[in-house]
Design a protein around this ligand. Structure first.
Ligand code: GYE
Length: 357
C-alpha cells in the first residue's frame, strides 16, 4: 500500500513537472529524476495491474525463531493461517533455525526485498539496534513478536507477545504455595541462552526464590528449549545431584519431556505421586496431557496464538489508524488433578480437549 502511494506520488510529480514545460524543463529533470527512477519504474508494472489486485496484497517478511518446540510449531502454523493469500497477504516466511546470524540476515534480506512489513520473533534479545535502524531508514515498519528485544521501543513500531517474567513469577508463587514452607532443592533447565523468554522466566522465578531462604537453586543450565536439550541437561544433573533435588523447573514443555525421559531411565519418580516436583511452561496440548496425568505438577501457559494481533496492527497501520504499540497476550497456569491453587486452574479432561495446539 505504502509502495503504491509513493508510486502515485512520484507519478503525480512527474506529470505535474511535465505540465510545467518550457523553461522549467531542466529543473523538472533534476527534481523528478530521483523520485522517477526509484518509484516510476516499478510503477509501470504495478500501474498496469488492476488497481484492486495491486492494492490487496501486503508483503510481510517474517523472521521466525526456528522449529525448536511444539509451541513454535503452533505459533508458525497460526501465522501461516492468518497471513494467508485469502487474507490479502504474501508471507515471506524464514525459519531461522535458532541461529542469530541467520536471523539478522533474514531481516536484512526482507529490507532489500522491500517488503511492506517485517515481523521479527527475536532468537536473542541483544544486538538488534543496527538492523532495526536499517529497516527504519528503508521506511519498513517492524513488529517485534513473541520475544522482546533490548533495543529501545522507538526502534520498532509495535511489540506483541507474552510477559515471560510474569510467567516465571507465577511458577515461583505456585511453588511457594504448594510447598508451604517445606525445603526445596531446585534444578532449572533454562531455555535458549540470551532469549528474552529464558531471561524473563529465570528472573521472574528467581525473584520469588529470593523470598524463600528454605529454597536452594542447585544448578541452572540451558536445554535450548528442545526435548533433546532437556534430556541431556537432566542426565548430567542426575549424575551430579542424584538424591539431592526435589524440584525440576523446565522452561518449556519439550524440555520437560526430555527431563522425564532422563528421570524414567534413572528410576527417579516425579509428579504428584513422585519424589520430584516438575514445573513446566507453555501448556501446549501434550504438556497439559502430562499435567492431567499428574506427571507435571504445574504448567504455566504461554499462548502461541498471536498472529491475529499482528494482523490487526498491520491492517490498522494500512488504514492510517491508531494501533497498539505494546500488546501482552494473557497467560494462566494449570495444575495436576488433586492440587488446589489460588494461582492456577486444576486440569480436567475438558480443559485438555479444548486445547488445540
Ligand atoms: O516457551 C518455547 C519456544 O519464545 C515464548 O520459545 C517462546 C518460547 C516458548 O521455543 O517453547
Amino acid at each position: 500500500m505504502k509502495k503504491i502511494l509513493s508510486v502515485l506520488l512520484a507519478l503525480t510529480m512527474v506529470l505535474a513537472l511535465a505540465a510545467c514545460g518550457g523553461s522549467s524543463a531542466p529543473a523538472a529533470t533534476e527534481a523528478a529524476a530521483p523520485a522517477a527512477t526509484e518509484a516510476a519504474a516499478p510503477a509501470a508494472t504495478e500501474a498496469a495491474a488492476p488497481a484492486e489486485e495491486a492494492g490487496s496484497t501486503i508483503t510481510v517478511g517474517f523472521a521466525q525463531v526456528g522449529h525448536e518446540s511444539d509451541w513454535r510449531t503452533a505459533n508458525t502454523k497460526n501465522y501461516q493461517e492468518v497471513f494467508s493469500a485469502d487474507n490479502g497477504y504474501d508471507l515471506v516466511f524464514v525459519d531461522c533455525d535458532n541461529d542469530n546470524a541467520v536471523q539478522i540476515e533474514a531481516v536484512r534480506t526482507s529490507i532489500q526485498q522491500g517488503v511492506d512489513y517485517i515481523i521479527l520473533a527475536p532468537i536473542q534479545s541483544a544486538g538488534w539496534e543496527s538492523v532495526l535502524q536499517e529497516a527504519k531508514d528503508a521506511g519498513i515498519p517492524v513488529i517485534v513478536a513473541d520475544r522482546q528485544v533490548d533495543a529501545d521501543a522507538s526502534m520498532y513500531d509495535a511489540f506483541i507477545g507474552t510477559d515471560c517474567e510474569v510467567e516465571g513469577e507465577l511458577a515461583g508463587k505456585w511453588l511457594a504455595e504448594y510447598l508451604n514452607g517445606a525445603e526445596a532443592n531446585i534444578l532449572v533447565i533454562e531455555g535458549s541462552v540470551g532469549s528474552s523468554a529464558a531471561i524473563g522466566r529465570t528472573d521472574g522465578f528467581n525473584a520469588i526464590a529470593a523470598e524463600h531462604p528454605e529454597w536452594t537453586i542447585l544448578d541452572s543450565q540451558s536445554g535450548d528449549f528442545t526435548q533433546t536439550g532437556g534430556q541431556e541437561v537432566m542426565e548430567s544433573f542426575i549424575k551430579s545431584y542424584n538424591g539431592k533435588f526435589n524440584v525440576v523447573v523446565c522452561q518449556n514443555d519439550n524440555e520437560a519431556y526430555g527431563a522425564m525421559d532422563a528421570m524414567d531411565a534413572a528410576g527417579i519418580t516425579y509428579g504428584v505421586d513422585g519424589d520430584v516436583i516438575i514445573i513446566s511452561y507453555d501448556a501446549t496440548h501434550d504438556g497439559l496431557k502430562y499435567t492431567l496425568e499428574g506427571k507435571i505438577n504445574c504448567n504455566v501457559e504461554c499462548n502461541p496464538i498471536q498472529a491475529a494481533y499482528v494482523d490487526t496492527i498491520i491492517k490498522q497501520m494500512e488504514a492510517g489508524e491508531e494501533f497498539a504499540t505494546y500488546t501482552l497476550v494473557e497467560d494462566q497456569a494449570f495444575v495436576a488433578p488433586g492440587i488446589e491453587s489460588a494461582y492456577a486452574t486444576t486440569m480436567t479432561q475438558e480443559v485438555l480437549d479444548g486445547r488445540a495446539y
